[in-house]
Design a protein around this ligand. Structure first.
Ligand code: ADP
Ligand code: ASP
Ligand code: MG
Length: 423
C-alpha cells in the first residue's frame, strides 16, 4: 500500500466524460489498496473565461476579488469529481482550500503556499475516503481566498504530497510525459523516461509549461517523487509509462545500470512567447545609469530577464535592451517614461512580438560549443538573434515570435533530438 497524490489538469477535467475517466483511474488506484488524495484543475479554458470576466468587470481589478472569481473553476471540478466517485461506489469528498486549510502568503493572484493543515486530510485518507482538493487556491491570513498563479494546480499537488508525506505525486495531463520539446510543436519529440529535478526546473522556467516552475522547485526541496503521465489512456492499465523526475544520483545510477543509456548533452528545447523587448536609446554611459533603469522596475516587482548593453555609441552614450514579461510591458513603459529625466535617455522602443527559445541540458556544463551550434543552426535558417543569455546548463536566445516554431524544430534537429521516423 502506498500513499499517492494524483493531480488532473484542465484537459483531463474538461467535461463529464473526461471526469468519469478520471474517476475510473482513481477507483483503479484505490482498488490497488492505496491511500489517495486528488488535486484537480478547472475545466480547460474555464480559468481563461473567468479571467476575461474579471477584466471586463474592471480593467484595474481588485486582486482579492479576482481570486474569488478565478478560484471558482476548481471548486466546480472538485465537487463534480467527488460526486462522480461516489456514484461509482468510491467514498470521496471535496475539501476546498479554506476548509483544510491551505494557508498562503504573499500577493493575491500569485500567492505562495506556506502551510497545509493535514489533520482532516490524513483522517479522511486513512479511513479510505478520497480527498478531492481544488488546485490553484488557498486562503490568506485575512481569511480571503487566494490563487497561486497560472498553472498553479501542479504546485498545489506537490505541496499536498509533501504535507502528507506521499510516496508519489502523479501529475496526469494531456501528454504522456515530459518530452525533449513540446510534442505539439515537434512531432518527432522524444519522451524522456527520466529527467532530473534540475533539468526539469530549468525547462519549466524557460517555458515548458507541462509543470509549473514552482511545483518543481518545491518537489526538489521537499524530495517529492513526481511522475508525469497521461490521463487519456485506459484508466485500468496497471503501469502507465510516464516520465519520472529524479535526483541527479538516481539518474547516474540508472545510466550506470543501463549500459545502452547515455547521459544526454541536451535535455530539451523550450520556448516562451510571453516576453516583450524594451530598448532604451542613448543612455549616459556612466556608473549608476543601469541601476536607475532597473531599480524602479524591481520596486514594481517586474522581473527583468535578458539584458544587453551595447557599447560603441559616441559621446559616452549607450543603448540598453532587455526583456520583461509581456503582461508587464505597459506598466514597465509607464514607469520608465516617468523616469526619463533621471535616467536621461533619448527614446523608448518596445516590441511585444518576441520569443525566447532555450536549449537546456546538465550535460552542457562540461561541453563547449553548445551555443555555437545553436547560433549556426539558427543562422542557416535566417533566424535573427536579438539577445542571448546563458547559464551553466542553458542557452537562451531572443527571436521574432513568428519564428518560434521554426526555431524549435531546427534546434531539435541540430542537437539530434528527433526520434527515429515511425518511433
Ligand atoms: P494541464 O492542464 O494538465 O496542467 P498543461 O497544458 O498545463 O496541462 O501542460 C501540458 C502541455 O504542456 C502539453 O499539452 C504540451 O503541449 C505542453 N508542453 C510544453 N513543453 C512540453 C514538454 N517538454 N513535454 C511535454 N509537454 C510539453
Ligand atoms: N486552472 C488554473 C489555470 O488554468 C490552474 C491550473 O490549471 O493549474 O491556470
Ligand atoms: Mg498545467
Amino acid at each position: 500500500m502506498a500513499r499517492i497524490v494524483m493531480k488532473f489538469g484542465g484537459t483531463s477535467m474538461a467535461g463529464m466524460e473526461r471526469i468519469r475517466n478520471v474517476a475510473a483511474r482513481i477507483k483503479h488506484v484505490v482498488g490497488q489498496g492505496n491511500e489517495v488524495a486528488v488535486v484537480v484543475s478547472a475545466m480547460a479554458g474555464e480559468t481563461d473565461r473567468l479571467v476575461g470576466f474579471a477584466k471586463e468587470a474592471s480593467p484595474l481589478y481588485d486582486p482579492a476579488e479576482y481570486d474569488a472569481v478565478v478560484a471558482s473553476g476548481e471548486q466546480v471540478t472538485s465537487g463534480l469529481l467527488a460526486m462522480t466517485l461516489k456514484a461509482m461506489g468510491v467514498d470521496a469528498r471535496s475539501w476546498l482550500g479554506w476548509q483544510l486549510p491551505i494557508r498562503t502568503v504573499g500577493a493575491h493572484n500569485k500567492a505562495r503556499i506556506s502551510t497545509i493543515d493535514t489533520t482532516e486530510l490524513l483522517k479522511a485518507m486513512s479511513a479510505g475516503q478520497v480527498a478531492v482538493i481544488p488546485g490553484f487556491q488557498g486562503v490568506m491570513d485575512t481569511g480571503r481566498i487566494s490563487t497561486l498563479g497560472r498553472g498553479g494546480s501542479d504546485t498545489s499537488a506537490v505541496a499536498v504530497a509533501a504535507a502528507v508525506k506521499a510516496d508519489r505525486c502523479d501529475i496526469y495531463t494531456d501528454v504522456n510525459g515530459v518530452y525533449t520539446t513540446d510534442p505539439r510543436i515537434v512531432r518527432r519529440a522524444r519522451k524522456l523516461s527520466m529527467v532530473t529535478y534540475e533539468e526539469m526546473l530549468e525547462l519549466a522556467s524557460v517555458g515548458s509549461k507541462v509543470l509549473q516552475t514552482r511545483s518543481v522547485e518545491l518537489a526538489m526541496k521537499e524530495k517529492v517523487r513526481v511522475q508525469v503521465l497521461s490521463s487519456l489512456d485506459d484508466p485500468t492499465q496497471e503501469e502507465l509509462p510516464g516520465t519520472l523526475i529524479v535526483s541527479d544520483e538516481e539518474m547516474e545510477a540508472q545510466i550506470a545500470k543501463d549500459s545502452g543509456m547515455e547521459r544526454q548533452l541536451i535535455t530539451g528545447i523550450a520556448a516562451d512567447k510571453n516576453e516583450a523587448k524594451i530598448t532604451i536609446t542613448r543612455v549616459p554611459d556612466r556608473p549608476g545609469a543601469v541601476a536607475s533603469i532597473f531599480g524602479p522596475l524591481a520596486e514594481a516587482s517586474i522581473n527583468v530577464d535578458m539584458i544587453i548593453q551595447n557599447v560603441g555609441r559616441d559621446k559616452g552614450e549607450t543603448d540598453v535592451t532587455f526583456t520583461v514579461p509581456g503582461a508587464d510591458l505597459a506598466r514597465s513603459l509607464d514607469i520608465l517614461e516617468k523616469q526619463k529625466e533621471s535616467i536621461g535617455f533619448n527614446r523608448l522602443i518596445n516590441d511585444p512580438k518576441v520569443a525566447k527559445v532555450s536549449v537546456v541540458g546538465v550535460g552542457m556544463k562540461s561541453h563547449a560549443g553548445v551555443a555555437a551550434t545553436m547560433f549556426k543552426a539558427l543562422a542557416d535558417r535566417g533566424i535573427n538573434v536579438m539577445a542571448v543569455a546563458t547559464s551553466e546548463i542553458k542557452v537562451s536566445v531572443l527571436i521574432d515570435e513568428d519564428e518560434t516554431e521554426l526555431a524549435v524544430r531546427v534546434l531539435h534537429s541540430a542537437y539530434a533530438l528527433d526520434a527515429a521516423e515511425g518511433a
